[in-house]
Design a binder for this molecule. Structure first.
Ligand SMILES: [Zn+2]
Ligand SMILES: [Zn+2]
Length: 276
């Protein structure tokens, strides 16, 4: 008999009036999308933006968005797969992004983590930058927001994004950078989306950043199946758990949780061009 305490089975938080998971990966979660969305809806999550991180996954994400009213999609090739952005893939992405159920170009961006830890698992930085610039032009062309992935690439990312056309809307998903970058991003008018790591004990600076974002620029997301918020850190994540992060953010910002949930939902709908 094992003496180890079994890990608690994660359960969804108490419902909130209305929530929107601004960045998730339904096709990477264990259960079918409909079951995930039903569980999410039961605790107030009315909508999610599901993201494909490669061309096949992007096609699957869009197919889900076409099947389920509660789902919209973001399509791109992830920076760690930037070498897969061939001419043929670019053409396929153009077609996906033109679809009304695709509401953002992403996730694209820069990721130096794997370059440092296991370069065979990712694309070189110059290839990532070229792919980011291509996605940036595509977003500007179709008039949809650019959804950014950033892992340990703050300076390069802000340098490249500074070249974006002024009317391009930028959203930084899973914001995890220092406070000064949050301040600069806010000055540039970007949306900042916070995920489960903002609930982790050691991330005090991230909570300070979250407290500084204007009410009309803050979003909440799961990035499921990763980044499960406390109290279930380490378990498999799903959109139904986004309320844990929303409640923590409301507390940090000193606002009522239901009011905050309504605010982030309205922000997500505005960002993605969805009806009120
Ligand atoms: Zn990401
Ligand atoms: Zn993601």
């Amino acid at each position: 008999m094992s003496r180890r305490k079994p890990r608690p089975v994660p359960v969804p938080p108490e419902p909130l009036g209305e929530l929107f998971d601004a960045h998730t990966h339904l096709t990477s979660c264990a259960d079918p999308a409909r079951a995930l969305m039903d569980r999410a809806a039961a605790v107030g999550v009315r909508g999610v933006c599901t993201v494909g991180d490669g061309i096949e996954e992007a096609e699957q994400a869009l197919a889900l968005a076409q099947e389920d009213d509660r789902v919209v999609a973001a399509c791109a090739v992830h920076p760690t797969k930037a070498q897969e952005l061939t001419d043929g893939v670019r053409e396929r992405l153009r077609a996906l992004v033109a679809d009304p159920r695709c509401v953002a170009v992403g996730e694209t961006g820069l990721d130096t983590y794997w370059i440092t830890h296991d370069p065979g698992r990712t694309a070189p930085l110059d290839v990532q930058e070229e792919a980011l610039r291509w996605h940036m032009d595509l977003a500007a062309e179709v008039g949809k927001p650019l959804m950014i992935h950033n892992r340990e690439a703050d300076d390069d990312l802000m340098r490249v994004l500074a070249d974006a056309p002024s009317d391009l809307t930028v959203m930084l998903h899973c914001f995890s950078s220092p406070l000064d970058l949050a301040v600069e991003a806010v000055e540039r008018g970007y949306y900042l989306s916070f995920c489960g790591n903002v609930t982790f004990r050691r991330n005090e600076e991230l909570r300070q950043a979250a407290a500084r974002v204007p009410a009309d620029r803050i979003l909440v997301e799961t990035d499921a199946p990763y980044m499960t918020p406390e109290p279930f850190r380490g378990a498999r994540n799903e959109p139904a758990f986004v309320g844990y992060t929303a409640r923590l953010l409301a507390e940090v910002r000193g606002v009522d949780a239901d009011e905050f949930a309504a605010t982030v939902s309205a922000n997500a709908r505005r960002l993605y061009g969805l009806p009120e």
